[in-house]
Ligand binder design. Sequence first.
Ligand SMILES: Cc1cc2nc3c(=O)[nH]c(=O)nc-3n(C[C@H](O)[C@H](O)[C@H](O)COP(=O)(O)OP(=O)(O)OC[C@H]3O[C@@H](n4cnc5c(N)ncnc54)[C@H](O)[C@@H]3O)c2cc1C
Ligand code: FES
Length: 356
Amino acid sequence: MEFLELIVKEVVPETKEAKSYVLESSDGEPIRYEAGQFLTLIIEFNGHDVRRSYSMGSTPGIDERLFITVKRKENGEISRHILEHWVPGTRVKAVPPSGRFTITTDPLHQRHIFFLTAGSGIVPVFSLIKSVLASEPRTHITMLYQNHDETTIIYHRELQLLEERYPEQFTRIDLLSHPLLHELPSRRLNNGLLEQLVGYHEPGAFQQQRNKPPTLFYTCGPPAFMRMAQFTLRLMGYEEEQIIKEHFTIPVLPPPALIIDPQPRKVLLRFNKKEYEYEVVYPTSILQAALDLHIELPYSCKAGRCATCTAKCLSGDVKMTNNEVLTEKDMERGLVLTCVGYAASDVRLEFGDPDM
Ligand SMILES: Cc1cc2nc3c(=O)[nH]c(=O)nc-3n(C[C@H](O)[C@H](O)[C@H](O)COP(=O)(O)OP(=O)(O)OC[C@H]3O[C@@H](n4cnc5c(N)ncnc54)[C@H](O)[C@@H]3O)c2cc1C
Ligand code: FES
């Protein structure tokens, strides 16, 4: 695969715990990406390569320069390494942008989009908000943004500028669990508050217009925050397809239970204009068998959460043990996650379909 080689052009402090990094490709070529996508960085750390994904806070077509924003994770090895060591001129290898936390915009759409976010979850949300505001003048955005206090709000000033520029279109609600200003209430988003705020900001009349695209909820934050949001919205009657999620944490998956007869299966794989043929035996995943043969397929989480390893199954049967990112429609089109995908027959796969 063509990895990117990136150079840090500028470092911009955001909060005490977060910095943005303006990145460029070392060959000077523009980096193609969609609002809401992420880069998977391959960082040499203590003698081996580790992968971590970071979303773009920038928006193509709006921001001239691509940037990511990294927030320190308590006892986190790589976030701390980046924040302490990256300076202008630092070089890093990366898997090209991927991810499905994206949106198809249409200037004729008139809809309501909620963004429910907390902490560094704002990074892809910020990218998406700028994209929607610029391209859907009749759409309304309500953003609920949970933080600890005023000083931990990433992109505070930039969000204020968006509020000033789009007063009719953009409603921003900051929720602070430990505000420094005593006159501000301490607020943490929970089921009751979310239900109340969604109900208030999406009055029934708005929902009931016919032929209107449905309200969407984009959510990105810590696991408990996202579980709460998902649970509450589903209870309120919103459909699964209306809730689009980006997980920043990678679960440790238990070894897959025996779901397939462990016989050798043939994998025929097309990737980067080359054909590969290899054998795989359950419980080795299709991705892992390729990596063991040094076929450098794209991947990030290896846990069925990010979609970086997506391929199209052209023939045969692939069983997945976890899927938190592909929709029913994607699967009907034959898309599979190879990191948690196991060959239940001989299979033929293709990576890099432009529609993936
Ligand atoms: C799609 C996506 C987008 C993200 N965007 C941002 C962002 O914009 N800003 C931000 O600050 N953080 C973002 N993160 C989180 C970021 O990738 C790191 O998990 C975070 O910085 C903590 O890493 P750490 O090494 O400091 O912490 P650690 O606690 O040392 O590592 C976190 C643990 O997560 C696991 N892990 C995380 N990523 C991977 C991976 N790619 N492959 C294998 N294992 C992994 C490892 O098991 C590791 O033990 C994103 C994560 C994902 C999945
Ligand atoms: S590598 Fe993330 S879903 Fe497969």
